[in-house]
Every structure is written in structure tokens, then in C-alpha cells.
Design a protein around this ligand. Structure first.
Ligand code: NAD
Ligand code: WQD
Length: 337
């Protein structure tokens, strides 16, 4: 029998890609989502892509009674907890929503995992926990810095909660994945990121500008201490990121110790390099200008990946160009809907 895995936030950007890889690996993903930042037609896309109807429940992870019934019915072998609010700027304006949603949902998940003896948790954390890194590439031993935003703080607090629950045996085992900058889309162009309103993140802003939805991209600052003056990030293709979740579940299935891992490529790219990669691979010109620095932006960050590669027996396979091609394919597909 296939192991059932609860995928909270499974209709979202990273969750939907992970569902595909889980199916391929022989797991049975079951989605719980309240669609606060995703749309139900993504389930139809998953059906088209995989030929399988993915079992799903419309529920809020803070609704512990509803979730309790789902846990009772399904007998999960593990949980991947993606469900969270993720807009850094909005979290500054609406901190209560962010703390309630992101912390509350993790608390209910851990409580129900304990109650129903579900062993393995994979948690979505972020490189934001490191803040402005003291050294690069940043490794997992780097100190956790004071959070720049309530969003970042929820990720730090969630990691702390997970560690405390592991110590007290309220949680059996967990892998915390600290994602760097997820970009790109499924190569089919049928699923990808669905930003609400004006995107805050670079790549959806690039693709919407190329599609004519935005008139131009503003590059936030070009006098940073980097090779071309623009900020450096570690952009990881979402399909590589999805695969890391499968490997994390495999790892936990082998009763290995709980761990926190960086999930990036190990390579830093500047904003200008990213724009150029988009232009080159898609053979088009992007309308962009250099603007003021964005408050709170970190100059540069990229991952030390040796621990995650060794621990998970995993490595990224896609290039920045692949991600830029796939992101554009997805944007073009959205234009046809
Ligand atoms: P997303 O918004 O596309 O997906 C999150 C999904 O969770 C959405 O479908 C949303 O409807 C759902 N959701 C939110 N709160 C819920 C709740 N209380 N109950 C049920 N469903 C709920 O985001 P994503 O980019 O796929 O991110 C997934 C996870 O990865 C999040 O925890 C996010 O903080 C983390 N993360 C994302 C990035 C990034 O840049 N995308 C980087 C680092 C970490
Ligand atoms: C990338 C680079 C911008 C938009 C955020 C969160 C972080 C994590 C990933 C969840 C930066 C530049 C952007 C634009 C630009 N998410 N940029 N013009 O800031 O690295 O991280 O997403 O955990 O917590 O903070 O990602 O995509 O917003 O920016 O020049 O219109 O692109 O300055 O250098 P960021 P981003």
C-alpha cells in the first residue's frame, strides 16, 4: 500500500509541483488547502499532468476539528507542511494574521501528528532565517539573525517550535528545509506561481512585464558591493525544490535523525544576470530601469549545499535559464486562460 502524505498548501506554488514528484516516487499525496493564495483549478491541472485525481480537502489548517477528522480518516505516514502566508511586505502591515496563520497552523499539525501517531514532518522554512549573512556561502551552522519581518519571524518561531517538540517527543522526526529563492515552473507550462495582484518577487514581475501586464521592471539598486552592483540571490528551479521534499520523506522513512537543511543551488546570480538569462533563453527584450534600493533588501545570499546534497542524496539539475524558460512558458499559458 502507498504511504499517504498530507500536503498542506498543496494547491500552492511549491506544493503543487511537489505533488507530481511524490506521485512519481510512489507516495500518495493528499492535499489540504483553504485556497487563500491559490486556486482550485490547479487540481485539474494536476489531474491533466499526472492522470490521477489527487484526493483533496478544502480546509484551514487552523481548523483543528476539521483536520482531526481528516487525520482520523486517512492515517497519514507523514506530513509536508507548506501552508503559510508568505508576503514579506504584507506581514509588516498585518502581523497578527501572519502569526495566527503560520504559527497556528503548525501548532495544529504537530498536535494532530502526536494524537494520531504520524511520524514524519517536512517543514517549509526559508533562507530568510539567516538575515544578512556574516559569511557566504551560508551554511546551516550560521546564526539565526533577528528577523527582518513578521513573516521571517514566523519561520524562525516555527523552527524553534519544531525543535522543542522534537526534544520533548511531541514530534517524532522532522526535516526543516530552508529554501533559497524558488523560481520557474513545471516544464509543461501547466502549473506555476500564481501571484495575487502586483508581484513582489522578481521572476513573476519579469514575466508579467514581458507579457505587457506591467509596463517595466524596476531593478532595486545597482550600487551594491557585487559584481554588477545588483543584489545576489540563489535562484532554485521549483522542480528541483519539489524533489528535495521527496528525498526528505525518503530520508525520514529510513529513521534518520531530524535535521535542518539549506535547499538552494549553491550559486549566486545578480538581478541583472537573471534578467539577461530571461532575455537570452526566451529571445526577447525586457523593459527595465534601475531604481532605488528596496528597504530591507539583503545585498547577497547564496547557499552552502554540501550538507543537503549528502544528507538527502539530492542535487539540483536545472539551470537559471531552464527556470526562466519555464517561468515564461507558464506566463504565456496564463495569458490563454
Ligand atoms: P503559496 O502561497 O503558493 O502556497 C501556500 C499554500 O498554502 C496556498 O495554496 C494557500 O492557499 C495555502 N494556505 C495558506 N494558509 C493556509 C491555511 N491556514 N490552511 C490551509 N491552506 C493554507 O506559497 P509557496 O510559494 O508555495 O510557499 C510554500 C511554503 O514555502 C510557505 O510556507 C512559504 O512560506 C515557504 N517558502 C516560500 C518561498 C517562496 O519564495 N515561494 C521561499 C521560502 C519559503
Ligand atoms: C529578489 C531580488 C530584489 C523585485 C523573498 C523573501 C524571502 C523568500 C524569498 C520566503 C532582490 C530584486 C525584486 C523587483 C528587483 N521568501 N527585485 N525588482 O527578496 O530575495 O526574498 O522571497 O521565504 O523571505 O524576502 O526575493 O524575488 O523579492 O527579490 O530588483 O521588482 O530581486 O531587490 O535583490 P527576496 P525577491
Amino acid at each position: 500500500m502507498k504511504t499517504k502524505i498530507l500536503i498542506t498548501g498543496g494547491a500552492g506554488y511549491i506544493g503543487s509541483h511537489t505533488v507530481i514528484n511524490l506521485l512519481k516516487a510512489g507516495y500518495e499525496p493528499i492535499i489540504v488547502d483553504n485556497y487563500c493564495n491559490s486556486e482550485e483549478w490547479i487540481l485539474d491541472q494536476l489531474h491533466t499532468l499526472t492522470g490521477e485525481k489527487i484526493k483533496n480537502y478544502k480546509a484551514d489548517c487552523n481548523d483543528i476539528e476539521k483536520l482531526d477528522t481528516i487525520f482520523k480518516n486517512e492515517q497519514f505516514g507523514g506530513v509536508i507542511h507548506f501552508a503559510a502566508l508568505k508576503a514579506v511586505g504584507t506581514s509588516v502591515l498585518e502581523p497578527l494574521n501572519y502569526y495566527k496563520n503560520n504559527i497556528g497552523s503548525l501548532l495544529s499539525i504537530i498536535e494532530l501528528m502526536a494524537k494520531h501517531s504520524v511520524p514524519n514532518l517536512v517543514f517549509s522554512s526559508s533562507c530568510t532565517v539567516y538575515g544578512e549573512a556574516d559569511y557566504l556561502p551560508v551554511n546551516e551552522q550560521h546564526p539565526i539573525k533577528t528577523a527582518e519581518s513578521p513573516y521571517g519571524c514566523t519561520k524562525q518561531m516555527c523552527e524553534q517550535i519544531i525543535n522543542d517538540c522534537l526534544k520533548s517527543n511531541k514530534l517524532n522526526s522532522a526535516v526543516t528545509l530552508r529554501y533559497f529563492n524558488p523560481v520557474g515552473a513545471h516544464p509543461s507550462g501547466l502549473i506555476g506561481e500564481l501571484p495575487l495582484g502586483t508581484p513582489n518577487n522578481l521572476v513573476p514581475f519579469i514575466t508579467q512585464t514581458a507579457a505587457g501586464i506591467r509596463s517595466e521592471l524596476t531593478i532595486f539598486g545597482n550600487d551594491y558591493n557585487t559584481k554588477d552592483g545588483t543584489c545576489v540571490r540563489d535562484y532554485i528551479h521549483v522542480v528541483d525544490l519539489a524533489e528535495a521534499h521527496v528525498k526528505a520523506l525518503d530520508y525520514l522513512g529510513d529513521n534518520k535523525p531530524s535535521v535542518s537543511l539549506n535547499i538552494g543551488t549553491g550559486r549566486g546570480s545578480t538581478v541583472l544576470e537573471t534578467v539577461k538569462a530571461f532575455e537570452n533563453v526566451n529571445n526577447l527584450k525586457l523593459n527595465y530601469k534601475i531604481g532605488a534600493k528596496r528597504e530591507g533588501d539583503i545585498e547577497q545570499i547564496y547557499a552552502e549545499t554540501s550538507l543537503s546534497e549528502k544528507t538527502l542524496n539530492w542535487k539540483t539539475k536545472h539551470s537559471l535559464e531552464d527556470a526562466m524558460r519555464d517561468a515564461w512558458n507558464w506566463q504565456k499559458y496564463l495569458g490563454t486562460k
